[in-house]
Design a protein around this ligand. Structure first.
Ligand code: PMP
Length: 406
């Protein structure tokens, strides 16, 4: 099966939008992906025909909604190649998943003087929860540096890792630079040193296959909205023995076995971590996104995205004064760049006037921008539905930016 981008574009209704009288060129997929019609239909079907609260009701609608909700859990288990649905916790997204681990595993098992290792590539959501934990517990946050290309310096990782390291929390794929980190290596080394590992998979899952058991990740987090699913829901995968040992995060309905005024006993996994009414519609529609992804030719998709990356890199480099920031050896289809003497935000505004959506600024990675010595970048990030013609439009748009602003 060849990869048919034009057919795929038809599955995403929003791509027909006009912006400023021009066809939308959506190159902000690392911020959020567009949704296929199947996801919109699943949301609509839930609210129109079986809206009910889940797990508690015995009536027809409640049972139908509960079954659909739990089908998503099975689909995520299969998608991540997890061992069991007990290890799949629904969260509000990647940020929520990391906060859950920091507040439960972190607060229970980390002590003053213990070290947490992150990398210079991290999103704020994989920095700030650990800083909060360090402030509370007296732990120490250490950072694996990157080289000029945007690759982690693994010798520095090896050097920083010690018997004091209790947790390593690193991004699988950098949202700002596209770097694919060697997480297998990191997990292996961290485990040998006695540390647990959390992988932030927010950007990885839509681009590369993830097998949490093969990786041997202790925790893996992601957001549905980066994976063609709805906003407001995501996943924490955790190894069963760790989840069993962790206290709950939020208290409330759903997460209990029995409540008295004296004492509460908690529900079994995974419900122990799912207090309150979850984001039912969005969880259900997330399965439609995973099913949709499952219909795409994986090899064709990887080839298409790689070609977009190579083409974009080559074309952008023809623009005088443009510097690509982040040339890691292994990258997903994300290109960050700066143009001499032009502020990234001005570039974004002028591109927007041409219907081209890119992201500008620090990409929630301020410390990374400080390491790179730039105030921010312009980032074009590609999805299966993007085309070479859209990259040509970006390049033409950038020539206009230069004409206006140089
Ligand atoms: N980590 C990475 C690498 C990300 O790209 C993002 C989203 N930009 C997040 C974490 C946070 O994800 P969310 O806002 O969906 O919680």
């Amino acid at each position: 099966m060849s990869f048919e981008v034009n057919r795929i574009r038809k599955d995403f209704p929003l791509l027909d939008t006009q912006v400023a009288g021009k066809p939308l060129v959506y190159l902000d997929n690392a911020a959020t992906t567009q949704k296929p019609a199947a996801v919109l239909d699943a949301l609509d079907a839930y609210y129109r025909s079986y809206n009910a609260n889940i797990h508690r009701g015995i009536h027809y609608l409640a049972e139908k909604a509960t079954a659909a909700f739990e089908e998503t859990r099975k689909a995520v288990r299969d998608f991540l190649h997890a061992g069991s649905t007990e290890e799949i916790i629904f969260t509000y997204g990647t940020t929520d998943g990391i906060n859950l681990v920091a507040n439960t595993y972190g607060r229970k098992f980390l002590q003053a003087g213990d070290e947490i290792l992150i990398s210079a590539l991290e999103h704020h959501s994989n920095i700030v929860p650990w800083q909060l934990l360090c402030e509370e517990k007296g732990c120490v946050l250490k950072v694996i540096p990157i080289d000029d290309r945007g690759d982690l310096i693994l010798e520095e990782f090896d050097r920083l890792l010690s018997e004091k390291t209790k947790l390593v929390s690193v991004v699988h794929v950098s949202n700002a630079l596209g770097t694919i980190n060697p997480v297998e290596y990191i997990i292996g080394k961290a485990h040998a040193a006695g540390a647990k590992v959390l992988i932030d998979g927010a950007q990885a899952c839509s681009h590369i296959p993830v097998n949490v058991q093969e990786l041997d990740a202790d925790f893996y987090v992601l957001s549905a909205h980066k994976l063609f699913g709805p906003t407001g829901t995501g996943i924490l995968y955790g190894k069963k023995e760790l989840l069993l040992a962790m206290p709950p995060f939020r208290g409330g309905g759903e997460m209990i076995k029995e409540v008295t005024f004296e004492k509460t006993t908690y529900a079994d996994l995974p419900y122990k971590f799912e207090a309150g009414t979850p984001n039912i519609a969005d969880v259900i529609a997330f399965k439609a996104a995973l099913d949709y992804l499952g219909t795409l030719d994986k090899e064709g998709l990887a080839r298409h995205e790689h070609e977009l990356l190579e083409y974009a890199t080559a074309q952008l480099e023809t623009i005088e004064g443009l510097r690509i920031i982040g040339k890691a050896r292994k990258k997903i289809s994300v290109v960050s760049f700066a143009i001499e003497n032009i502020h990234p935000q001005d570039i974004g505004i002028i591109l927007d006037q041409q219907g081209i959506a890119v992201r500008t600024g620090h990409h929630c990675t301020q410390p990374l921008m400080q390491c790179l010595g730039v105030p921010g970048t312009v980032r074009a990030s590609f999805a299966p539905y993007n085309t070479r013609e859209e990259i040509d439009a970006l390049v033409a748009g950038l020539h206009k930016v230069k004409k206006f602003l140089s």
